[in-house]
Structure formats: C-alpha cells, structure tokens
Ligand binder design. Structure first.
Ligand SMILES: CC(C)(COP(=O)(O)OP(=O)(O)OC[C@H]1O[C@@H](n2cnc3c(N)ncnc32)[C@H](O)[C@@H]1OP(=O)(O)O)[C@@H](O)C(=O)NCCC(=O)NCCS
Length: 188
C-alpha cells in the first residue's frame, strides 16, 4: 500500500512565482554602452532569493548557478523582467528557474536574454540547512521542469566526479607534449 504524503507541507509553484521588472539606466552600462552582465546577475540572484525564500518560508543562500549564457546584449532604456519559479525541490535545497527578457518599449520588441537555474539552500536560525516544503506540480510544464532539473543535478554530480579524477601526468615532458597546438608558451 502506498502512503499518502502530508500535503500540508507542500506548496504550489504559483505560491512563490516572482517577477521583478527593472528599467536599465545609464549607470548600469559598460564602456560599449550595453548593460553590464554583473547587473543582470545581481538581479537574477535577487529574484531567485525572493522566490526561494517564499517557498521555503526561511532565509536562503545561493549554493550554485547553472549556466548563464547571455544570448543578446541589453540596451540602456530597456525594461528587463526576470520571471522566477521553483522548478525542483530536494530536501533542503531547491532549484529556481529564471527566464530573463528585455523589452524595448519604443518599438515593442521583446528579446529572450537568458534562462538560468539557481540552486538555493534554506537555512534555519542556527545557519544549518533546513528542510523545504514539497512542490505541488499542477501541469505538464511543471512536471517537465522538475524532471529536467533532477536530470541536470545528476549530470552535474557525474561531471564533478570526473573533474575530481583529472590528473596531471607524472612525467613533465609528457605534460609539455599535451600542450602541443595550444596558444601558450612554456617559459620556465
Ligand atoms: C551551500 C551550503 C548551504 C551547503 O551546506 P552544507 O553544509 O554543505 O550542506 P549539505 O551538504 O547538507 O547540503 C545541503 C543541500 O545543499 C545542496 N548543495 C550543497 N552544495 C551544492 C552545490 N554546490 N550545488 C548544488 N547544490 C548543493 C545539497 O545537495 C543539499 O541538498 P538537499 O538537502 O536538497 O539534498 C553551504 O556550503 C553554504 O552556506 N555556502 C555559502 C552560500 C553562500 O553564502 N552563498 C552566497 C554567495 S556570496
């Protein structure tokens, strides 16, 4: 017989869905006149925090960020909107998916700037990881996002295992051979 989970400790995705919209002002721009990537990263961290803290009902910290590829530059004067929702929950961690779009209000064009995934960990009053509520999935997209997030987590774990196993050859001459074709000069 399968046990029925206590749904009082579960929340819908909609409960914590969060959107932040911000006008891109000149002080956010780089020497090329485009918006600094760091400004967008800071806004993404902010929206991830709000979304995660609402779901967890606790203070949260950013544990890791899964790929940030900026697809288009963002211009001064555009409105940037960051749409965040909880995609996945573990035990004390949760994954917030963030879609970033920028809107030119003069010509009504909208660009998809990037989609990234922030892993946030809830903390209790003693700064220890705290259990987060489960997630109620109400449609196919929410089910798909949960499964995709779980798969990304598995892939990251096996990637981290492989990275740990990277070893330098004992023989220095062999190391130098491995650099053949690279754009570096060994000076020492
Ligand atoms: C992230 C942090 C909370 C992990 O703490 P920890 O004591 O190692 O906790 P645990 O190993 O028990 O892991 C807790 C959860 O975090 C997850 N986690 C830990 N490190 C992670 C990482 N690098 N990426 C993704 N998830 C991670 C674990 O999988 C676990 O999830 P689960 O409970 O849902 O299974 C801790 O390292 C921390 O506080 N880091 C600093 C965070 C911070 O200050 N961020 C802002 C940057 S300025």
């Amino acid at each position: 017989m399968t046990s029925i989970p206590d749904t009082s400790d579960y929340k819908t995705v909609g409960f914590s869905q969060t959107t932040i919209t911000e006008l891109m002002i000149p002080s956010y721009s780089n020497f090329g006149g485009k918006i600094h990537g760091g400004i967008l990263l800071s806004l993404m961290d902010k929206v991830a925090y709000v979304c995660a803290a609402k779901h967890a009902n606790n203070y949260c910290v950013t544990a890791s960020i899964d790929t940030v590829d900026f697809l288009h530059p963002v211009e001064v004067g555009e409105l940037v909107s960051l749409l965040a929702s909880v995609n996945y929950v573990g035990n004390t961690s949760l994954v917030v998916g963030i879609r970033v779009i920028s809107e030119n209000i003069k010509n009504n064009s909208v660009k998809h700037t990037n989609t990234s995934y922030f892993t946030m960990v809830a903390k209790d009053e003693n700064n220890r990881p705290a259990k987060v509520p489960g997630l109620i999935l109400e449609n196919r997209d929410q089910v798909r996002r949960f499964i995709e997030a779980r798969r990304r987590k598995e892939i990251k774990q096996s990637y981290m295992q492989e990275v740990k196993q990277i070893q330098m050859p004992d023989n220095y001459e062999h190391c130098i051979e491995l650099l053949h074709g690279e754009r570096c000069l060994v000076a020492g």
